[in-house]
Design a protein around this ligand. Structure first.
Ligand code: PLP
Length: 445
């Protein structure tokens, strides 16, 4: 590998080849070259790793859960973003998955970054990012972190209340402030507006206070909730933002940037959602207004697959019904990388990776939900009863200790919120593959 962390290309510079690929890019029929290749790469990486583990002889932790990350998928998501939201410059929400290679690729792709803490800011600055590429998108900030941001020259930050304005006046009067407004996030997976965002009827007062304190308010920010599903939430938020821009102009502010936050999912709802947002932006904001976004899960969710080892099995015989099912205990659970079940309301789908000597990654079969197959519940390794990954699933195979399962779409809000409860590790290996030549070239690999 020849990392060139400091050499970031101009924003959104792609070769002609990339643009053609972008035009062809369709997730449904996978015409884009790398999409069809990705499964093979991921499968090979999973197979190589699990076949190297002999659970009867291996050292402590050699059978630990591990990820395979396809950086090509992150790259494809970026092309898809460019195709559908050309006006919105993405600032990747680092909190979602601060994986170092993902961040490196984003640096090379010219993305900005949404950071929520001193450590996230420091991580991105250490990659060589210019402070201008960072927005400290946390309306209620720790004082010492604001001092750090000021000293590091990270000027863009959000606020949504008067106390934060006084704090900013004291610690960083030159900050470039974004007024975060409330949204209707009722159709999202993780609601944020119960915690953050100024109501529309408070915005005039906040802007007046900012004026009085001689602070520099440069834009409006919103977030329609993580895992948003209702495009109408974007329309309303854009309309509200327009109102706040107009109020600010009346007070003499020259707002120049709208931050449309995150909330985008990587599934098929992205295109219609992006179309609605783009149309609203064009209707309410002239081209000279800069638009940024803070996507998190959209970029990384589908790029990570996790493999987990079956460490124990318990047979459950029901004499009354005459049935036998099994409880499988994995070496990862809700206190680890499956924290997304608790914090992010996810339902990871278990699949068999290795049963005995057979590696079954991506083997097409219809039987996953056929009741006549063998029934399992899947549990994590800790002592806690809530540590359950799946309460019921079926596989054709009779699985046992030493077998492996895999779960796709494990890139968002997973390893970043893992704990060390019960002494288990919160650090798991990531095997990187890259199914896109364009991404490999940018990464120098
Ligand atoms: N921006 C802010 C301020 C957030 O709080 C979050 C998530 O909590 C994000 C961006 C990323 O959201 P998502 O992963 O839904 O795109």
């Amino acid at each position: 590998m020849a990392p060139s962390l400091l050499a970031s290309p101009a924003d959104f510079q792609f070769s002609l080849k990339d643009i053609h690929a972008l035009n062809d890019c369709s997730r449904d029929n996978a015409t884009f070259s790398g999409a069809s290749h990705a499964k093979n790469l991921i499968g090979d990486a999973l197979k190589t790793r699990v076949e190297a583990v002999d659970h009867d002889l291996c050292g402590v932790g050699e059978e630990d859960a591990f990820f395979v990350a396809d950086l090509g998928e992150v790259y494809r998501q970026h092309l898809r973003w460019k195709k559908n939201l050309a006006r919105v410059k993405p600032h990747y929400a680092v909190k979602c998955n601060p994986d170092p290679q993902v961040l490196r690729l984003m640096m090379q792709l010219g993305l900005g970054f949404d950071c929520a803490s001193k450590n996230e800011i420091e991580t991105v600055l250490n990659l060589g990012a210019d402070p201008d590429r960072i927005i400290y998108a946390q309306p209620c900030k720790t004082k010492s972190y604001v001092r750090y941001a000021a000293q590091a020259g990270v000027k863009q930050m959000t606020f949504d209340n008067a106390d934060e304005l006084y704090k900013t006046k004291q610690l960083f009067p030159d900050a470039e402030l974004y007024l975060r407004i409330l949204t209707d996030d009722s159709a999202s997976l993780c609601r944020l507006s119960q915690k953050f965002g100024a109501a529309l009827d408070q915005t005039a007062e906040l802007l007046e206070l900012a004026k009085k304190l001689e602070l520099n308010v440069v834009g409006v920010a919103f977030h329609v909730g993580s895992g948003a599903s209702d495009p109408k939430a974007f329309i309303k938020a854009v309309q509200d933002a327009r109102l706040v821009f107009d109020r600010a102009a009346a007070l003499g502010f020259n707002m120049h940037t709208l931050d449309v936050g995150g909330g985008f999912t990587g599934d098929a709802t992205f295109e219609p959602m992006a179309a609605v947002l783009s149309a609203s932006l064009d209707e309410y904001f002239p081209p000279q207004v800069r638009i940024i976004g803070e996507p998190g899960r959209y970029y990384v969710s589908t790029a990570f697959t996790i493999a987990c080892h079956v460490i124990a099995r318990r047979t459950v015989a029901d004499a009354t019904l005459g049935t036998t099912s099994y409880m499988l205990y994995l070496n990862d659970g809700v206190y680890g990388n499956f924290s997304s079940i608790i914090f992010d309301h996810q339902h990871p789908v278990p699949r068999v990776l290795k049963a005995g000597a057979d590696v079954l990654y991506d083997v097409p079969r219809s039987g996953y939900d056929t009741p006549s197959q063998i029934e399992y519940s899947i549990w994590g390794p800790t002592c806690d009863g809530i540590d359950i990954v799946s309460s019921s699933c079926t596989f054709p195979e009779l699985l046992d200790v030493g077998d492996w399962l895999y779960f796709e779409d494990m890139g968002a809000y997973t390893k970043c919120s893992a704990t060390r409860f019960n002494g288990f590790t919160d650090t798991h290996d990531v095997v990187y593959v890259c199914s896109e030549p364009g991404a490999r070239a940018l990464m120098g690999i």
